[in-house]
Design a protein around this ligand. Structure first.
Ligand code: ADP
Ligand code: ZN
Length: 726
């Protein structure tokens, strides 16, 4: 069975191998064992149930909370030639009936449903009449009250499960603490042995944090590094979103705002523009991102501090789903902490306490001097495999200068000790700095030996120091009350056995994205392929990434495939996509190679019986010239070689300048859309400026005549030496 799954992976989806957990999950589901899958965003959860769905005889029901995501999945599956349907409340009657029919006659192997749709009697009735082999619960953490996104309808899925005792159950999520995992399994009657947890480490995301000094300028400088690429800029407030979007627009960025204050219609429109690559940058509040499946988001900029590590991780997780490098920059400022504290102070008492602890954890993360991934992964309960990486600023940048901070740390730790390990950093700092506050006198802390021994540092510096104490494992924070407690290591420091290095002052540092150099591919070809992809996507009314993801285009621009069999070896090219789009992409690549005199460098070398395309190509222009001289028109040759007319024109030009004579009587493109006056002006320009370089001619014509037309006219000019115009 797993062999069949592997075949589907290659033939249908065009991927060369499974990611490690995918194989295990699929094998498990095919054995009809329930599976809980916890994988980070972009980890490849979808294939875990989509491939079994193609192997099961009956239907796979997929419950998903977000209508936009369902639509996206069904569209993408359609592009792979996989039958899938969706049922939800937004469908029109006819569409609904059509989709039901596709399910009934097994045309759709997967049925995507919102939970409330599944719970409707008519849906349950429909499903009772057919064979259901798998019940998939996407975003399964919604089932748990302990998750961050509890949805009451999800609770009722437990009931639904009983109606399909034969169906195996797959529950998938990107965010689940152990507590939530237990909840999901209990709720769905799972067995313990079938949980699959992937690492949360997203190695392709470059993590960087810099002090926020001049945010508008910092933002602009950052965005300038990503021309023509998609990304999100997160701001704290709606007003901030509107202002920043306006500033960026003034600076000629392709940008739209997104926040809860806009009308539904406008939000939907802006999101669609972003997904379809019509707009590159989304400036948004946290309201944006749920239900965005776009794989080619290349950067996330946090213009303001997020509320906690969880939201930070969720937001940066939207970048680089395709596995290619993406850059995540956070602009960090103490002013933002104050703003968030103000927000928090508006909440209830218990909520305030939890929110403050979460915020402190985030600030600690931001100030950490070591690898950024270590505290992040630890936060999610994962033991990092290494303490150094090559995709975060602290690991790759110049190490920030560390100084000996043993003495102030000793002062701080003793003060924690003297005050009884019950207070948070704020109070300890007040004691150290000799505050006259009421709380000090109430506890008699003005009598302590550590009272008023720390005026040499500002409050801010003491806070930074206290957070470093936590990171270095000298202090632990009580998760409920926020009190600081000493660890055994702290006693070593206080006894003078262990020196401490760290930083007290924030320093400026570079803003330049340090994503790894993109692999060596032809950027001109890539740009052309993107345009082709966009026009196809618009024609079929789907997002560009559903045609091919960026990774496929990059591989095309790397290996320059010339034949269908080469194309099949590339990432993301399955049989159906090959049939649907292969020709058009191959034509484009071949033409590009011909014009630029490039040869294929196959991903997997193949022996061909006939001579290779590259061999044919070398003398293609002479072959074309020869046929032209034997009376074939340029237009005829374009059709014969299945290339654009302008490619033939370029072949002929190349032959001509290499000294190959061309027949003056041959039929060149006629250009009926140009007036005789225009043509005459172009010929004049050739006479005046020469024919070697086209751009002076293009400028002389006020950029009104395309390069393709100019090439054709140049050939006429050279061939007929100032042709007559009648
Ligand atoms: P998730 O649902 O976990 O966020 P997806 O299922 O959307 O992730 O997959 C993320 C990306 O990874 C998609 O673009 C998908 O096509 C790609 N992908 C998944 N599995 C593989 C694989 N085995 N090989 C190559 N690419 C894969
Ligand atoms: Zn690192």
């Amino acid at each position: 069975m797993i062999q069949k799954a592997e075949d589907i992976l290659k033939k249908v989806f065009g991927f060369s191998e499974f990611r490690p957990l995918q194989r295990d999950v699929i094998a498990n589901l095919l054995k009809r064992r329930d599976s809980l899958v916890v994988m980070p965003t972009g980890g490849g959860k979808s294939l875990c149930y989509q491939i079994p769905a193609l192997l099961f005889q009956g239907l796979t029901v997929v419950v998903s909370p977000l209508i936009s995501l369902m639509k996206d999945q069904v569209e993408q599956l359609g592009e792979f030639g996989v039958g899938a349907a969706v049922l939800n409340s937004t469908l029109k009657q006819a569409e609904y009936r059509h989709n039901v029919a596709r399910v009934m006659n097994n045309e759709a192997k997967l049925l995507y449903l919102a939970p409330e749709t599944l719970l409707m009697p008519r849906t349950l009735e429909l499903l009772a009449s057919i064979r259901v082999d798998c019940l998939t619960i996407d975003e399964a953490h919604c089932i748990s009250e302990w998750g961050h996104d509890f949805r009451p309808e999800y609770r009722k899925l437990a009931e639904v499960r009983k109606r399909f005792p034969e169906a195996v159950c797959a529950a998938l999520t990107a965010t689940a603490t152990p507590r939530v995992q237990e909840d999901i399994k209990n709720c769905l009657n799972f067995e313990a042995s079938n949980t699959f947890i992937d690492s949360f480490d997203r190695k392709n995301l470059f993590l960087q944090i810099v002090p926020k000094s001049d945010p508008a300028n910092q933002t602009i400088r950052f965005l300038q590094k990503f021309p023509d690429q998609s990304g999100i800029v997160y701001c704290l407030s709606r007003r901030q979103v509107d202002e920043l979007a306006a500033t960026l627009e003034l600076n000629h960025f392709s940008v739209k705002p997104y926040h809860a204050g806009l009308s539904d219609k406008e939000r939907r429109k802006n999101q669609e523009l972003f997904i379809r690559d019509d707009v590159q940058i989304m400036v948004a509040t946290v309201a944006f991102g749920m239900g965005i499946n776009k794989p080619n988001i290349r950067f996330i900029l946090h213009h303001d501090l997020p509320m906690n590590i969880e939201s930070y991780y969720q937001q940066i997780g939207r970048a680089g789903r395709d596995g290619l490098p993406a850059h995540c920059l956070l602009l960090f400022s103490y002013g933002d902490i104050q703003k968030l504290k103000y927000f928090i102070s508006q909440k209830g008492e218990r909520e305030q306490r939890v929110a403050n602890i979460h915020l402190n954890a985030l600030v600690g993360f931001a100030e950490a001097a070591g690898c950024r991934r270590v505290p992040l992964l630890k936060y999610f309960g994962e033991e990092p495999a290494a303490t150094i990486c090559d995709t975060c600023d602290n690991c790759t940048g110049e190490k920030q200068a560390q100084e000996d901070i043993t003495v102030p740390v000793q002062k701080f730790l003793s003060c924690v000790c003297r005050t009884g390990e019950r207070f948070g950093a704020g109070h300890v700092i007040d004691v150290l700095r000799g505050s006259q506050g009421q709380k000090i006198f109430q506890f008699g802390h003005d009598k302590l030996s550590t009272y008023d021994i720390g005026k040499e540092l500002s409050k801010k510096e003491w806070f930074a120091l206290s957070r470093q104490c936590i990171q270095k494992g000298l202090l632990e924070q009580d998760m409920e009350y926020g009190g600081l407690q000493l660890t055994p290591k702290a006693w070593e420091v206080m006894r003078g056995n262990l020196p401490v290095e760290g930083r007290l002052r924030e320093e400026e540092d570079g803003l330049a994205p340090r994503t790894k150099e993109p692999a060596d591919y032809d950027h001109g070809l890539f740009a052309g392929l993107r345009i082709l992809r966009k026009s196809l996507a618009d024609e079929f009314d789907i997002p560009p990434y559903a045609v091919f993801p960026d990774k496929t285009l990059i591989e095309m621009a790397t290996y320059l495939p010339q034949a269908e069999e080469d194309l099949l070896h590339l990432h993301g090219v399955g049989q159906v996509k090959l049939e649907r789009y292969g020709r058009m992409f191959l034509d484009h690549i071949r033409e590009y190679c011909e014009i630029n005199d490039l040869e294929e460098s196959p991903k997997i070398p193949v022996k061909r019986k006939t001579s290779t395309a590259a061999e044919c190509k070398r003398s293609r222009h002479l072959e074309v010239a020869d046929k032209f001289n034997r009376g074939k028109s340029a237009a005829f040759l374009a059709a014969e070689y299945q290339v654009k007319l302008t490619t033939i024109v370029n072949h002929l030009y190349k032959a001509l300048v290499q000294g190959y004579p061309l027949d003056e009587e041959g039929t060149l493109p006629e250009l009926p859309h140009l007036s005789n006056g225009q043509k005459a002006a172009v010929f004049e320009a050739f006479k005046r400026l020469g024919t070697e370089s086209m751009s002076p001619i293009f400028e002389a014509m006020n950029q009104e005549i395309s390069y393709d037309d100019l090439s054709a006219l140049r050939l006429q000019y050279l061939l007929k030496e100032f042709p007559d115009l009648d």
